[in-house]
Design a protein around this ligand. Structure first.
Ligand SMILES: Cc1cc2nc3c(=O)[nH]c(=O)nc-3n(C[C@H](O)[C@H](O)[C@H](O)COP(=O)(O)OP(=O)(O)OC[C@H]3O[C@@H](n4cnc5c(N)ncnc54)[C@H](O)[C@@H]3O)c2cc1C
Length: 381
């Protein structure tokens, strides 16, 4: 595996770094404060192809490889993790199910629209079913050539802005994974409504809402995969999504390290810059080393995905390692900033809140460990 970036990867990274510095970083604090993202920013991102990143060129996307995609997510996350999650959910869990499990007809109709910026959301979590997706109760009742969807999904990223919703639902009266089906619904579907918007600790630029389904009719042609494939669709989508979340964590972690080094170069304690205090230097060494190690695993997961090799275990490892490293790095960043780090005058306060969710969504750290352990036992047991 060659770790040097290609010309195209470098170009994308620099382009997004530039875009983030001009368009996102200056309003990141305001978005955090407002608990919202301006439509103008979304329009600019649409115009710059952010919603077509991971879509094949034949469907109007940019067709970038997973490493490039990761670098883009990292750059966005270093400026605003809330903006980044909108892009990752759209380019991964919101659309992979269509590109991997949709019929040719759905792909031809829907993927160009998604790539052009009609935003996608992924609806799995319910009030009583998160890590344990098999506990979900949203139903899909067959009615001739259609299904009727009833239930509620919570914590839906992009839910308020989306045009498309990948939704998991089960045959009424059943339990377990086998009777889960995946569907693609559109915003205009009668009976689909947007409910409560979460007032979150972090990622406040991103909308996270409840989506309710009241007898929403969806044609069987909009089912993704076969009947009973729902769980498989979600798990495959999450494998890819986790690579994006790993890069999101790395972006926040890098921003923490950069802010800390800069701050320590200005802050004087005991007559010298913090730079010259051994304990602070040790922190820098640990922060940089842990982020670097996690980055290598994330790059490997991206490489395996693009090479068409199994990558589920590596994606789980990448998310686990990157989210835990970045969380610790954010904690140290606040520590290095002292009391100022605990105020909104410094961005590390936001990074500290933003990074927390990377250990929760798209599978908690505990669930990543279950995935990794299962794979290790299968291989070595
Ligand atoms: C900002 C944000 C955005 C989100 N976006 C989306 C989205 O777009 N779409 C979507 O469907 N969901 C989304 N989610 C939901 C997210 O994926 C879930 O919150 C997550 O999967 C955990 O589920 P839960 O909250 O129900 O926690 P629970 O499953 O109730 O877990 C509670 C605790 O128990 C632990 N636990 C549970 N089971 C086990 C086990 N078997 N072994 C060990 N520990 C266990 C968990 O790790 C956790 O620590 C989002 C959440 C947030 C906060």
């Amino acid at each position: 595996m060659d770790f040097s970036l290609t010309e195209q990867q470098t170009m994308f990274r620099d382009m997004v770094r530039d875009f983030s510095a001009k368009e996102i970083a200056p309003i990141a604090e305001q978005m955090d404060h407002d608990n919202a993202m301006p439509d103008e920013l979304v329009d600019k991102m649409r115009a710059n192809g952010f919603f077509g990143l991971a879509f094949p060129e034949q469907y109007g996307g940019l067709g970038v490889d997973t490493t490039t995609y990761g670098l883009v997510v990292e750059e966005l996350s270093a400026a605003s993790a809330g903006v980044a999650v909108m892009v990752t959910v759209h380019n991964s869990v919101g659309s992979y199910p269509v590109s991997m499990f949709g019929s040719e007809e759905i792909k031809n109709e829907v993927l160009p629209r998604m790539a052009a910026g009609e935003i996608a959301a992924f609806c799995v979590t319910e009030p009583n079913a998160g890590s344990d997706a098999s506990a979900m109760t949203t139903t899909a009742t067959r009615d001739g050539d259609d299904y009727l969807i009833n239930g509620s999904k919570i914590f839906v990223t992009n839910g308020a802005r989306a045009q498309f919703y990948v939704v998991l639902a089960r045959t009424p009266g059943t339990t377990g994974h086998e009777s889960l089906h995946a569907f693609l619904l559109e915003r205009s579907a009668e009976g689909l409504s947007i409910g409560k918007k979460e007032d979150k600790m972090g990622l406040r630029a991103s909308d996270t809402v409840t989506v309710d389904f009241d007898n929403v009719r969806v044609p069987a042609s909009r089912r993704l995969g076969e009947e009973g494939d729902g769980f498989k669709v979600a798990m495959k989508a999450l494998d890819g999504g986790r690579i994006g979340i790993a890069f999101q964590a790395l972006g926040i972690g890098r921003a923490c390290l950069e802010a800390s080094v800069k701050y320590a170069g200005q802050r004087i304690a005991f007559g010298r810059k913090l730079w010259h205090i051994e304990t602070i230097r040790d922190k820098f060494a640990d922060m940089a080393s842990r982020l670097h190690a996690a980055r290598l695993v994330a790059m490997e997961a991206a490489f395996l995905k693009d090479a068409g090799k199994p990558y589920s275990r590596e994606a789980a490892m990448a998310k686990l390692l990157a989210s835990e490293a970045a969380s610790d790095v954010a904690d140290e960043a606040v520590q290095i900033h002292g009391g100022y780090g605990y105020t909104k005058d410094y961005a590390v306060e936001r990074y500290y809140r933003d990074v927390r969710v990377t250990r929760i969504y798209e599978g908690t750290s505990e669930i990543q460990r279950l995935v990794i352990a299962r794979s290790v036992i299968r291989e070595l047991g």
